[in-house]
Structure formats: C-alpha cells, structure tokens
Design a protein around this ligand. Structure first.
Ligand code: FES
Ligand SMILES: [Fe+2]
Length: 366
C-alpha cells in the first residue's frame, strides 16, 4: 500500500457548491482551459460523421473528414454568428452549410461558398474559416480544448499515455449507454467516485466483490488520480454475479485479471477498467446544482458479435451502483447547500478526494 495523503484536509466550503461566482470562475479557469473528454472516436467513424459537444455558452462540432482526420470547430457561422448545426449528432454530406444565408464550409473548416460576397470588394473567403478548436485522440477517446493556447495534450496526459495499452482501448465499442441527470454539483460526483469509504454502507454488492480496503492508488497527485482495487473472485469482474461476461480485453493476463482500476481524469471523465469491459462516465457540468452523466459500457467487438454475448450483468451492476451513488450525492448537495454546513474532516480512506480538491483549488484559484 502506498502512503495516504489526506493530510488532515477538510471538505470544500459551501460556496464551491452553490455560488454563481465560483461557477463562472470554473467556466473560465477549468472548462475553457482544460482538455475535455467528448466521447469515443468510433462514434464518428464514418467520413462526415459528427457529434456536438456543448460546454456552457460554447457548442463544438467534432467531426471526421473524408481523409479520416478528426476536426473540431466552433458551431458559429463566420457571417453573422448563427449556429450552424442543432442536431446532437449526424453526418454532413460533403460540407457544412449555414441555414441563414447559405455560407458553406468544407469539413476542414475552410469557407468554400459565400453567395454574393464577390460584390464586396474587400471580402476574401480565406479570412473566414470556422474558428478551430484543439482536438486530440487518445486510446480511442476524443478530447477537445477550448483554450486559445492549450496545454499540449501529450504533456497533459503524459502520466497515462501508455498506462492502459494492455486493454486495447482503441478497439472497444459502446455496447450500452445510460444518461443520468441529477440535481448535484459536478464536484460531488468526482468526490463520491474517489473513495470506497462509503462502499460497506452504500454498496453491499460491490463491497462483497471488492472489500473497501482492497484499494490503493498509483496516481496520487495532480489532474489524473486513482489506482487498482483487488477483486475477491480471481478472474472475476464487476458484475451482478462477480463473473466476467466476456473474454479478457487486449493482452491482459496473470494478476491483471484480478483487478479493477479506477481513475479520475480532471475535469470530466471517470475511467473504470474491468478485465472484460471498460466503463466511462462523462461528467457534464450543467449548473451549480445539476450534472448530466453519460455512462458508456465498452466491450470488444468480437465479444459483442458472439451469439451468446450478454452484457446485462455488467450493465445492471453499474447502473445499480450509479443509482446508489446518485442517491447519496443528491443528499450531499442538499446538505452542503445548507447554511448549517461547515467543512468536515476527510478520513485517510478519502485521500484521493483530498488530492482532487487540492488540484481543483490550484486550477481555480492558482
Ligand atoms: S449567418 Fe450564416 S450565412 Fe449568414
Ligand atoms: Fe459509490
């Protein structure tokens, strides 16, 4: 076990969960500055396929062009600013056309058509491409960064660049998705995920598969936190019956088959790696007291193609666990919104929350 690092820290003050000023500061310092998880590259596998990704005032078109490259553009026409696209996902035939005056953009973002603008002497199409957004792909996951000067993705993700290659994550496909919408501040979702102190009381089934003291952390400071947890059943998985529902992923073997791994990727992704499937929670901050969570169950396409493939035990297990977590997180939001709430002491078993809070405050308040 590695050393614990709660350092007698206390929970965040009330204002971080209820204040509009804090919310605005988070928008600028965190969500308009950090790499944000959008979703799986396989969701835009075909040429012209896109998804919209929305953060606060911003709407980003994330698409694949006909050469196979991924681009991200602000969903803002360069003529009079109109939203170009409203459907959350779809496919562009060859170009993106504004519905207002029919300015037309290539998938690369270049302006290719601007009716009657040749009547404007100074006008030059080259000066009006869609505003680009930085985009990166890692392990089959697409990220965007809205900053004008983004931290290089390779630097931001250096601690985990090659950490999960044994799972062959780029190959995995979404077998199931559940979207939750809960009246909870987004930070409570991260904090809840970052400890298993609550597992005996809240998750009896999970605690039977992975007793709460079976966890330790191999990333203990900074924006990427978490570590492995040993399962009671050798070669098992986090499912209703504790057994795998597919063959082990990638090249996993030996001790890897006895562990589940939990990581928080600041500020909007939870990554849970079981031996046979992977769970992603994308955390969408919607308001001080509202969070949407897009939870995907990822399996290998070979497993999904098998006639007897049944991911139900994995889906039911995490849906049950999620609902238990959301239930108690709702109660947390209600309590920390009270004028009677004052910060309480973290247990040593909550050292990862203390580390998460430190990183959050460092980014927010510098
Ligand atoms: S606002 Fe888009 S073409 Fe005029
Ligand atoms: Fe939990």
């Amino acid at each position: 076990m590695s050393s614990r690092t709660a350092f007698e820290a206390k929970t965040l003050a009330r204002r971080y969960y209820v204040d509009d000023d804090v919310y605005q500061q988070e928008t600028e310092r965190i969500f308009f500055d950090r790499w944000l998880f959008v979703g799986r590259a396989s969701a835009i596998a075909k040429p012209g396929a896109y998804v919209l990704f929305e953060v606060d005032t911003e709407s980003i078109i994330v698409l694949r062009d006909h050469e196979g490259s991924i681009h991200a553009h602000h969903n803002v026409c360069r003529h009079r600013g109109t939203r170009l696209v409203t459907e959350p996902e779809g496919t562009f035939p060859k170009s993106i056309q504004c519905g207002y005056h029919a300015w037309t953009y290539a998938l690369s973002g270049a302006l290719t058509g601007a009716p009657f603008m040749d009547e404007v002497e100074s006008f030059c199409k080259e000066n009006y491409p869609l505003h680009p957004v930085a985009v990166a792909e890692w392990e089959g996951c697409v990220f965007v960064n809205l900053s004008d000067a983004p931290e290089p993705f390779e630097e931001a993700f250096a601690p985990i660049t090659d950490k999960f290659t044994r799972w062959d994550l780029p190959d995995l496909e979404i077998a199931h998705r559940i979207v939750y919408d809960i009246p909870v501040n987004w930070k409570l979702v991260f904090q809840n995920y970052s400890e298993c102190y609550h597992c005996p009381a809240l998750h009896p089934a999970l605690n039977r598969l992975t007793p709460f003291r079976n966890a330790w952390n191999d990333l203990e400071e900074g924006p990427l936190l978490g570590g492995p947890m040993k399962m009671e059943i050798e070669g098992g998985s986090m499912t209703m019956n504790g057994q795998r529902c597919a063959a082990p992923l990638g090249t996993l073997e030996g001790e890897d088959l006895n562990f589940v791994r939990y990581y928080t990727i600041f500020p909007n992704l939870l990554l849970s790696l079981q031996p046979d499937y992977v769970l992603t929670h994308r955390i969408d901050r919607m308001a001080t007291d509202r969070t949407r969570i897009v939870c995907d169950w990822l399996f290998h396409p070979d497993a999904m193609a098998a006639a007897d493939f049944d991911p139900t035990p994995a889906i039911e297990f995490w849906n049950m666990t999620n609902e238990q977590d959301w239930m108690v997180s709702r109660l947390s939001q209600q309590g920390v919104s009270s004028r009677a709430y004052t910060p309480g002491p973290y247990a040593e078993l909550e050292s990862m929350i203390a580390a998460w809070d430190r990183e959050y405050l460092r980014v927010l308040e510098g």
